[in-house]
Design a protein around this ligand. Structure first.
Ligand code: ZN
Length: 409
């Protein structure tokens, strides 16, 4: 009787970490320059200090277009082969968390060792039925660990009729009583309805003043400052265009009215009643952010076929779905799409563009959502608190990536 997927996973996990496999080439300037050009990263620190961008760590040990030897000892490869045989032939990366102990220097040769840590399935996903495979890798230079990564892929069987998830966020219904409020959101103002007769502030908006009954609505512009009165953490059901969990907070504005909205930039477990928040605007909605949060300027990237292909090659990822449209379509996609090493690199670039060349990146943790195809626009937004920068990258219709970049203090 043949081995089940669970038995194979157990056997591969029990084998532990694979022997350290050295990179084909040492860390070198031509590869760094190609990566910087493809990602569009102009941070001068890499050239000046002779170091590699931290998000390149995985690039050095990518196996290349024609691997010189088969690597049966690689646990992801071994597990993928088992799942291929079981009919789960397609693959997509879903999560990646990298920690950097230091930047790699030109001339150093890194080696990678990986172990299988989890195999979960079969799960029904928007792409089709599949298994989530998690590995942990360590990169080292002469035995000194320099970086670690937790990496998760979905090995799946493309469904014949792929479910197209409704990914557009829900839009507000705008009526005569609320038009001023949404016009304010457009203009980056948080507006509160004010009675034109007695000056009473009220929210939500309505035609009549609850205090004097006058039908003379005007509005005031709120400072945007407030405190959390109460909140809920929404886990289920899934919300269109949103990643669960979502924190929804009821906020006491300094002006004395209460307003509800999504609270972003804080982990659900860290929300505290009474905490100071500040209004911000995202996706055409007012949202709340912790008051001490710094909001990064957004960055728009026009994703051309050249961006997708040049970054795939500069990250030494030769999987056909990143450069061959016919192959991508055959595998159930609508076109070629960005690879996860590139998304990691773009997230790192977005944060270092903002933080400046002297910032040291300690880690990048991302979750991938909808794929990003050519002719789309990827818009990054972020907010920083202490040394943690939360980043979101959205295509025109859906969230492509969300994650956190950790900077050295
Ligand atoms: Zn009134």
């Amino acid at each position: 009787m043949s081995e089940t997927i669970e038995e194979a996973a157990e056997r591969i996990a029990a084998a532990g970490a694979s022997p350290a496999r050295p990179a084909r080439d040492p860390v070198n300037r031509p590869a760094i320059r190609d990566w910087l050009a493809a990602i569009g990263d102009r941070n001068p620190v890499y050239e000046r200090d002779g170091v590699a961008p931290p998000a390149m760590v995985q690039v050095w040990t990518m196996r290349g277009l024609r691997p010189d030897q088969e690597d049966e000892l690689d646990p992801l490869r071994a597990m993928s082969a088992v799942l291929d045989d079981a009919g789960y032939g397609s693959v997509v990366a879903t999560d990646c968390g990298q920690t950097y102990h230091r930047y790699l220097r030109e001339g150093e040769t890194v080696a990678v060792s990986s172990r299988l840590t989890a195999v979960a399935g079969p799960k029904r996903t928007a792409l089709g039925e599949g298994w989530f495979v998690t590995t942990e890798s360590t990169w080292s230079v002469d035995g000194e660990p320099v970086a670690e990564m937790r990496f998760r892929v979905l090995k799946y069987r493309p469904s014949a009729t792929p479910a197209t998830p409704k990914s557009e966020p829900i839009r507000p219904v705008i009526g005569p009583d609320t038009a001023f409020f949404w016009a304010g959101v457009e203009a980056g103002e948080l507006r509160i309805q004010r009675c034109g007769e007695c000056g009473n502030l009220r929210h939500p908006p309505g035609p009549a003043c609850p205090r004097c009954g006058a039908l003379k609505p005007e509005y005031a512009v709120a400072s945007g400052a407030g405190r959390i009165h109460s909140f809920v953490v929404h886990h289920h059901p899934p919300l269109p265009g949103r990643r669960s969990p979502v924190v929804v907070a009821l906020v006491d504005l300094d002006e004395g009215v209460r307003m509800v909205g999504e609270l972003r930039g804080v982990r659900p477990g860290e929300v505290r009643i009474g905490a100071e928040v500040r209004a911000d605007f995202a996706d055409g909605l007012p949202v709340w952010r912790p008051a001490e949060l710094v909001v990064l300027p957004p960055w728009e990237l026009a994703v051309t076929p050249t961006v997708v292909i040049s970054t795939a090659l500069a990250t030494r990822d030769f999987q056909d779905v990143h450069h061959d449209r016919d192959a991508a379509v055959r595998r159930g996609g609508k076109d070629i799409f960005l690879n996860i090493l590139t998304t990691t690199g773009l997230v790192q670039r977005y944060v270092t563009d903002w933080a400046g060349p002297e910032a040291t990146v300690r880690g990048v943790e991302i979750r991938l959502g909808a794929p990003c195809h050519p002719y789309d626009t990827l818009t990054f937004s972020g907010s920083a608190r202490g040394g943690e920068v939360a980043v979101t990258g959205r295509t025109r219709t859906a969230e492509h990536v969300s994650g956190t970049v950790r900077l050295a203090p």
